[in-house]
Design a binder for this molecule. Structure first.
Ligand SMILES: C[S@@+](CC[C@H](N)C(=O)[O-])C[C@H]1O[C@@H](n2cnc3c(N)ncnc32)[C@H](O)[C@@H]1O
Length: 234
């Protein structure tokens, strides 16, 4: 699809209005938790890509509704989202991190907040961590690792999802680049970034047409998709 100048102008105005709106909501959803403020600020100050505040609010709302016994997270970073999910539930959490330095920092943070008995960090690649290391069933699977590999994670771990479980995928808009890619809108994206945006768009479209799940795509945080199993034949 080719977009003309008027459409680009409309798109920019639309974004300005949406962003003005969002400022108020963002303020309301601003993160504040005295147990984890330091971890959050460390992430922000050191460019660790932890979940955005309003994305976190949504994630924690889902956690409150689902009341999970077990959560699986792909992409630990410094343990921030795991710790927040643990503090807002009684769940035990398995979380997978590929990078050594992140793994070490996550372990340190989890120790500091006293959650070692409920959060288990696995050092490894989410694409091939042995399922034997994990539990048989999870009520929430939170996908937040390499954006180009989301379908692989989804297909690898969906067999571990409980009947009424939820798979949550973060960063499905990737800072607006996915939408710009999809609608062929000019952007400052490098070739690599455009390729990544294309892959995320492919994932979103694959999710949308996946007959086994209902998925809602939300413009919250960096874009979040929530997928639940369809139960038409029951
Ligand atoms: C967006 S950060 C996770 C943020 C974390 N969930 C939070 O909100 O606090 C993504 C993390 O996934 C890790 N990662 C990337 N590819 C991975 C893979 N294939 N397996 C496991 N972890 C991976 C990165 O090293 C990075 O620490």
């Amino acid at each position: 699809m080719c977009i003309n100048k008027t459409m680009i102008l409309c798109y920019n105005i639309y974004n300005m209005v949406i962003n003005m709106d969002n400022l108020y909501i963002k303020e309301l959803n601003k993160f504040d938790c005295n147990i984890t403020n330091k971890i959050h600020d460390f992430g922000r100050d050191n460019n660790v890509p932890i979940i955005m505040d309003d994305g976190l609010s949504l994630l924690l709302s889902i956690v409150s509704i689902v009341r999970p016994k077990r959560i699986l997270e792909i992409g630990t970073a410094i343990g921030f989202s795991s710790i927040m999910m643990a503090l807002n539930s009684n769940a035990t959490i398995d979380t997978i991190e590929k990078k050594n330095d992140m793994y070490t920092k996550a372990i340190d943070n989890i120790n500091k907040v006293g959650l070692t008995d409920r959060i288990r960090v696995h050092l490894g690649d989410g694409e091939n961590v042995s399922l034997d290391e994990l539990e048989k069933e999870y009520d929430i699977i939170f996908i937040d690792a390499a954006k180009a590999q989301y379908r692989k994670y989804f297909e690898r771990y969906e067999s571990l999802l409980s009947k009424n479980g939820v798979i949550i995928s973060d960063n499905i808009l990737f800072h607006g680049y996915v939408e710009k890619y999809k609608f062929n809108i000019e952007s400052d994206a490098s070739k690599d970034l455009k390729a990544l945006a294309r892959k995320i768009n492919n994932y979103n479209e694959w999710l949308k047409s996946n007959p086994n799940y209902n998925t809602i795509f939300l413009n919250i945080g960096d874009g979040i998709a929530i997928s639940t199993k369809r139960s038409l034949n029951e």
